[in-house]
Design a protein. Structure first.
Length: 305
């Protein structure tokens, strides 16, 4: 009898330990919204899924909208099962019901990633623009909010009239950290070189930046603004945790996709994603993070072994 009891107890203990291990490794349920974009979404959404899932931390489902101009009324999304929503969409309006559910998801504390041209979407949707913090194109102007940039050691707003959203020619540029204590940036170098990419400038919006993580200097020589532009930041909106990255203009194929193949883009995205979903970043600093003197690639969207 004593033997049976001990065996049973050991079995229960083993089951409990297994359950703990499984739950610790349970990937973060992520919904990636795409299907329309003035960018190469058929490549970018697969690449984003690859980056996230190759880390072992996330499992990504897709919500792919109908094509531009098609009936959107059936595009009703359920955000409840998800800890993280990745926005890779710039196109026709979603149904009101989806808009309402998305705003509720954000207000209740959902995790959100605003990726590159997602901040071009929905110029007339007030809450969406507050979720992005800053946006560009789509007729945005002084009515959308101020220009926001970094000057004299602080976030600065310029309310002068003019269109919102621009970029010069693509080039490599330095990323400059402005919040080194934030979980996403803690332990990363203060400046690092980003692979050739667009550098969004003159963005406008409510400007409700919570923590400005990285800026880059938009040189007039490359067609830029002459300002230090906010490129990666978190957004203050309800209880949401929102990570906005303007990096990562998608190339023609997954193999020829330099801005997204930048290890700095991928690692900041992964850290931003974990923070948005959980409020913490447990990932270690990888050895292949770029520095101020060299760029680094993850051509296959994986951490090297
Ligand atoms: Zn782009």
């Amino acid at each position: 009898m004593k033997y049976v009891f001990t065996k049973k107890w050991l079995f229960l203990l083993a089951a409990l330990m297994l359950a703990c291990t499984v739950s610790a490794r349970k990937p973060i349920k992520t919904l990636l919204i795409t299907g329309q974009n003035n960018h190469n979404w058929p490549v970018s959404h697969l690449v984003l899924k690859g980056i996230l899932e190759n880390s072992g931390l996330f499992s990504v489902d897709f919500a792919i909208s109908p094509k531009e101009g098609e009936d959107m009324s059936g595009f009703i999304l359920d955000f409840d099962p998800y800890q993280l929503v990745v926005l890779d969409y710039n196109g026709d309006a979603w149904p009101d019901e989806t808009n309402k559910r998305f705003v509720k998801y954000a207000e209740k504390g959902g995790g959100i990633i605003v990726y590159h041209a997602a901040d071009n979407a929905f110029p007339g949707w007030r809450d969406y623009n507050r979720i992005c913090g800053l946006g560009g194109w789509g007729g945005r102007d002084e009515n959308s909010g101020p220009y926001v940039y970094w000057a004299n050691g602080e976030v600065t707003k310029d309310f002068s009239p003019g269109s919102g959203g621009s970029h010069g020619r693509q080039h490599e540029y330095m990323m400059n950290c402005r919040s080194s204590e934030h979980p996403v940036t803690a332990g990363l170098p203060n400046t690092w070189a980003h692979v050739q990419d667009e550098l969004y400038d003159r963005m406008r919006g409510p400007g409700n930046i919570a923590d400005l993580l990285y800026t880059a200097y938009s040189d007039k020589e490359t067609g830029g603004s002459g300002r230090e532009e906010p490129l990666i930041f978190t957004v203050d909106y309800g209880k949401a945790r929102i990570f906005h990255t303007m990096l990562g203009h998608c190339g023609p194929t997954a193999e020829n996709n330099p801005a997204m193949q930048c290890a700095g883009f991928q690692i900041t995205l992964l850290r931003g994603a974990e923070w948005a979903a959980t409020g913490k970043v447990k990932q270690k600093i990888p050895k292949d993070f770029p520095s101020s003197s060299f760029i680094t690639y993850r051509y296959d969207y994986k951490e090297p072994k």
